[in-house]
Design a protein around this ligand. Structure first.
Ligand code: FES
Length: 122
């Protein structure tokens, strides 16, 4: 049966921040980015590293002009990545799927804000 896990008061998780909360034998990382909340198991599917303790980075894209010339690289802030601190695997913030191999993903949880409190549904 699903239960709600208290994460924080809303004011304790401002935009661009994360909070990691205990959940049984594991932890859950909760992010607020551009007003949206996301929650993932803090357990990397590669070798069990604490994925949610890593950097949150924008997708790096190569820019190719219409004439096929290389124009350099840019950050795409609409596709943020969670970067596991152990070996650098990256996961899309919006769905937890590994960028390099979609067979792997972080376990995603529903996260809700009720009044001025944030909860993960476990
Ligand atoms: S344990 Fe996360 S990248 Fe290896």
């Amino acid at each position: 049966m699903a239960k709600d896990l208290f994460v924080a008061k809303s004011s304790e998780l401002p935009d661009g921040e994360r909070k990691i909360v205990p959940n049984g034998n594991n932890e859950i990382g909760v992010y607020r980015v551009k007003g949206q909340l996301f929650a993932y198991s803090n357990l990397c599917p590669h070798q069990g590293g604490p994925a949610c303790e890593g950097l949150l980075m924008a997708q790096v894209e190569e820019v190719i002009a219409d004439d096929k010339t290389y124009q350099g690289m840019r950050f795409n802030h609409d596709d943020m990545h969670i970067v596991c601190p152990w070996h650098g695997w990256e996961f899309h913030l919006d769905n937890g799927i590994a960028c390099a191999d979609p067979k792997f993903k972080l376990r995603k949880y529903d996260v809700v804000e009720r009044g001025d409190e944030i909860y993960v549904v476990t």
